[in-house]
Design a protein around this ligand. Structure first.
Ligand code: AMP
Length: 448
């Protein structure tokens, strides 16, 4: 199957070829014709499968071939793409620009954490395609600075994450502002009951596509566990980076505080590192990501939510400095490497506190990960596990006993707070939102 067989226009094919893509990925070869037919779509696909082009290309094609706007007034927004995080929103809009470069369609992205006025200005000029995170979109709706009454196509990207992050009410408010006659595309990595309920209410006789889950494609990624004592992780990481001369390493920590501390420690070892997490400004995060992508930054330290959707081709090394407390996040993390079939390496530094987490992960990926003790970093055989701190301790975080219940791959354990989650205790869990996820108000927050 080649892109030319999918019914895409020459302008789009040209842009795709310029990206160096020769063969559509499985999600693309299934989603593109389905979206071009005009019906609704329910797609099970994770980041790294090529899903963004899977919906962007046919949307561009449909909008370009069906020009609605003829008048002189402001162009109405015709496609709305909602994403859970700012990074993902920015990347999706970048894809829209790249694939649509030979078309006369305009796009913009709006998300929180940056000034609203430049966004208002861009929106007032009129755009065809709007990529947004739910919270900021609602702000614009409330201020009357966005008009969604001409939306022809709606995309919910990473819908499971949006629900995890407490955006369901925001999404429902957005849906209520859309015209009833439209095409709906829902992309989700997992299908919880909540997602099914959302899909049931939103989609009309959808085409259904499910491509191989990441945890069945982890085969291309060389995975390794280095057992180590908890207080020797940092020297071990510096040793590995130096010994192997790793130049582009994405390192995951469980907490924002842990990310900051590690950046400082690596700096002292002469290794350039920056952190991205929810306490960093959008500018700092964008800068860190850009430096990391262009190779001037050796190590990027990230928490799970901040890293969600980071799109870096063929990232050679991912390090789990801390194991994630939700086994599925391990799969998301290591999926940053070995993308689109390229081989990658994922290394986990595991101390005695994390043995149950490791078991949960191995159960999820249905294989045991080879272990290698590094000489000079042998773990103390008499070490006893300690409870794991799941949140940063600097803002009233509390220590919780480690989570030993493995997720089933489709749902997160309701009791597991995620790193990167807001740190204020919630007053009470809302129905439909896992109790570990907290909300500041009636609105979801962008937690990247
Ligand atoms: P996504 O799942 O949309 O985040 O895409 C994952 C990565 O795969 C991105 O870096 C894309 O640039 C890349 N990609 C998308 N489609 C293709 C393709 N057909 N061939 C090779 N790489 C692709």
């Amino acid at each position: 199957m080649s892109f030319t067989e999918l019914g895409l226009s020459d302008e789009i094919l040209r842009a795709v070829t310029e990206q160096g893509y020769s063969t559509p990925t499985p999600i693309q070869s299934q989603a593109i014709p389905a979206v071009l037919r005009g019906g609704d779509l329910l797609a099970g696909a994770q980041t790294g499968t090529g899903k963004t082009a899977g919906f962007t290309l046919p949307i561009l094609q449909r909008l370009a071939s069906n020009k609605r706007h003829t008048g002189n007034g402001r162009k109405p927004i015709r496609a709305l793409i909602l994403t859970p995080t700012r990074e993902l929103a920015a990347q999706v809009e970048e894809s829209v620009r790249v694939y649509g470069k030979y078309l006369k369609l305009s796009s913009t992205v709006i998300f929180g954490g940056v000034g609203i006025h430049p966004q208002i200005k861009l929106l007032s000029q009129g755009v065809d395609i709007l990529v947004a995170t739910p919270g900021r979109l609602l702000d614009h709706m409330q201020q009357g600075t966005v008009d969604l009454t001409h939306i022809e196509i709606l995309v919910l990207d990473e819908a499971d994450r949006m629900l995890d992050m407490g955006f369901i009410r925001d999404i429902r408010r957005v849906l209520a502002a859309l015209p009833p006659q439209r095409q709906n595309l829902l992309f989700s990595a997992t299908f919880s009951d909540e997602i099914k309920a959302l899909a049931d209410g939103l989609l009309n006789a959808p085409a259904m596509i499910e491509v191989a889950r990441r945890n069945s494609t982890v085969e291309v990624i060389a995975q390794k566990v280095h057992p180590v004592d908890r207080n020797r992780k940092h020297p071990l990481l510096s040793h590995l980076i130096k010994a192997h001369q790793w130049s582009q390493v994405l390192v995951f920590t469980r907490t924002k505080h842990g990310a900051n501390k590690l950046v400082e420690q690596l700096g002292k070892d002469g290794i350039t590192a920056l952190a991205i997490h929810g306490n960093k400004s959008q500018t700092a995060r964008t800068r860190a990501l850009a430096e990391f992508k262009n190779g001037s930054l050796q190590v990027l330290v990230a928490t799970d939510i901040a890293a969600r959707g980071i799109d870096i081709d063929q990232l050679p090394h991912v390090v789990n400095y801390d194991l994630p407390n939700v086994p599925e996040d391990y799969v998301h993390r290591i999926g940053r490497t070995g993308r689109a079939g390229a081989a990658g390496e994922a290394v986990s530094l595991v101390c005695v506190d994390e043995h149950d987490m490791l078991k949960g992960i191995e159960k999820l990926i249905k294989r045991s990960i080879p272990q290698e003790v590094i000489t000079g970093f042998e773990p103390d055989p008499n070490a006893r596990p300690q409870p794991i701190q799941l949140r940063s301790g600097n803002t009233g975080g509390r220590t919780q006993s480690k989570q030993s219940k493995p997720a089933n791959g489709n749902a997160r354990p309701a009791s597991s707070p995620k790193s990167g989650a807001p740190q204020k205790p919630a007053s009470k869990p809302r129905s439909g939102v896992p109790s570990g996820r907290q909300r500041f108000s009636g609105r979801g927050k962008e937690l990247t």
